[in-house]
Design a binder for this molecule. Structure first.
Ligand SMILES: [Zn+2]
Length: 524
């Protein structure tokens, strides 16, 4: 098969890719799970219009259909006689993401020097702490301020899509170039798992003859996913039992910052909600009782806590602080932090016995579960995320449960439910998403082999890895659109340490350019 290379130089592709990425990350398009609107935020409507205008500047017609941007590039050469394809990204970003007016670049990174985030010197982001960063060594790395994520998920996918569209337009005059008709889809509210109007969009695309395609929403460089997680959210409730006590002693004001990252890379990035540090401390000290006066989730993804804890004597409090430090400080370089102050008191305090028993339930549970931090490959996990104390009569603990095998996920949930019954707690669970394996297997030649061959032919290393999360492809697959997922090439998803590189961006664009040509071959 004769596949052509674009006539543009690598540096021209890098420049255009960087231009699109800079433009898209400067616009807020965060979705909001609490909103009843569609799309959930006004900002996404604005973003959709910017995308339509940007296509127009490239000479490509695009429309907004149910909040989604759909643009069409007509096929060429042999590609005209193959089925149209869809390339899809989402246009929203996860909670806590903020736009950034200009991206930082560190040229020719040696991998040893910490990434110099402008507003965060705490992260030690280098190849020793995060071995997968070796993929970016020697490149010009792109990063933000280190305080909040700027949305590489999925704006890197967006930038790659637009640069691909530009590249296809620019190479129209090459008679050798052949690719199928491409529908670019950019949908809202993927991060809040909203499926509103997805069936309508799928129907629209199928009516246009689209039969298959890819989401461009993976993280690792040249990632291709043969399967994804089955996941559910379990919520465990303990009734509030406020008891007033006349107490003399000490109140410790403590803020524990958890390690926040995407479940996808929890093992390498050491995902640790603050509640885990607290429970590990209680377990090590074998505390029989702990008087928590206040517990307020805060920070990115609400995986951190501001707390007030009462201690009757000073040595008990010092032991607690020392043990908590032992737990938190090894995780400082990954983003954890601890701050505290204390005051002596003699007053009437309200202690919620219900909250304390929920915390003790979790302490008992910890040795019986596998956290995603300790889970790799196709292992499952149970992630206690946070306890919400702001509900009227109940304290609610949220646990994210995931497994690649549905039966094992059900076993995990059944086990957790039995554990709640021991304490007479209430529970409910919500299915989040399903493994896409059975769909992908049926079309592996198309969805796995072609991107693998493309990457290898360009000298890149493809990574066939299970998606340790979901990106909403299951919804499309259920509706009969055959789609796989491709990596976009970055690190630190949905957390302030996210990075990519100029070269990685351009390589992924060349990968897509090659895949599109392969998809127009007669073997399909
Ligand atoms: Zn995404």
């Amino acid at each position: 098969m004769d596949l052509i290379k674009p006539k543009q130089t690598e540096s021209q592709i890098e420049q255009v890719g960087f231009h699109f990425l800079s433009k898209f990350v400067s616009i807020d398009s965060m979705s909001d799970s609490l909103s009843q609107q569609h799309p959930s935020t006004q900002q996404q409507l604005y973003m959709a219009q910017v995308l339509v205008d940007t296509y127009q500047e490239l000479g490509i017609k695009a429309d907004i259909v149910h909040g989604s941007v759909i643009a069409k590039i007509k096929g060429k050469g042999k590609g005209l006689s193959t089925k149209p394809i869809m390339l899809s990204t989402h246009l929203d970003t996860a909670k806590g993401t903020k736009p950034i007016s200009s991206l930082n670049i560190l040229k020719n990174w040696d991998g040893i020097k910490n990434i110099p985030y402008t507003h965060n010197k705490q992260f030690e982001c280098n190849v020793i702490n995060f071995p997968s960063l070796k993929d970016f060594v020697g490149q010009d790395v792109i990063f933000g301020n280190g305080v909040h994520p700027f949305g590489l998920d999925d704006k890197l996918g967006l930038a790659e899509s637009f640069t691909l569209a530009w590249l296809l337009q620019q190479n129209q005059d090459n008679p050798q170039l052949s690719y199928p008709t491409i529908f670019f889809l950019h949908r809202p509210d993927e991060e809040i798992n909203s499926q509103k109007f997805v069936p309508d969009i799928v129907r629209y695309l199928k009516n246009q003859g689209v039969g298959y395609g890819f989401t461009i929403d993976g993280m690792a460089p040249f990632e291709i996913n043969p399967e994804s997680l089955n996941a559910s959210m379990l919520s465990v409730g303990s009734p509030k039992i406020p008891i007033q006590k006349q107490l003399k002693g000490y109140v410790l004001d403590v803020e524990i910052q958890g390690v926040v990252c995407h479940t996808f890379n929890a093992h390498e990035e050491k995902l640790t909600p603050a509640i885990i540090f607290l429970c590990e401390t209680i377990r090590q000290l074998r505390l029989q009782d702990i008087n928590i006066l206040e517990l307020v989730p805060c920070g990115l993804k609400e995986l951190s806590y501001k707390m007030k804890i009462f201690f009757e004597n000073k040595s008990e409090m010092s032991d607690f602080i020392e043990t908590l430090k032992q737990k938190v400080l090894p995780y400082e370089k990954y983003g954890a932090a601890l701050s505290y102050q204390n005051q002596s008191v003699y007053q009437t305090l309200t202690i919620d016995k219900g909250l304390n028993s929920l915390i003790y339930w979790l302490c008992d549970l910890l040795p019986k579960i596998r956290l995603s931090r300790d889970s790799i490959g196709i292992q499952g996990f149970t992630n206690p995320l946070r306890i919400d104390t702001n509900k009227l009569n109940v304290n609610q603990l949220l646990l994210q449960v995931g497994h690649f095998e549905k039966r094992k996920l059900v076993d995990q949930i059944m086990f957790l439910i039995q554990e709640t019954l021991k304490y007479n707690f209430s529970f409910s669970y919500k299915p989040l998403f399903d493994n896409i394996k059975s769909h992908i297997q049926k079309h592996s030649k198309l969805l796995i082999d072609i991107p693998v061959q493309s990457a290898i032919s360009l000298g890149f290393q493809p990574k066939i890895i299970p998606m340790r999360y979901s990106n909403g492809t299951d919804v499309f697959l259920e509706q009969g659109l055959v789609i796989g997922n491709l990596g976009t090439g970055y690190f630190g998803a949905e957390c302030p340490k996210e990075i990519t590189s100029i070269q990685m961006l351009a390589r992924h664009i060349c990968w897509l350019f090659n895949i599109c040509q392969r998809l127009s071959s007669e073997m399909l």
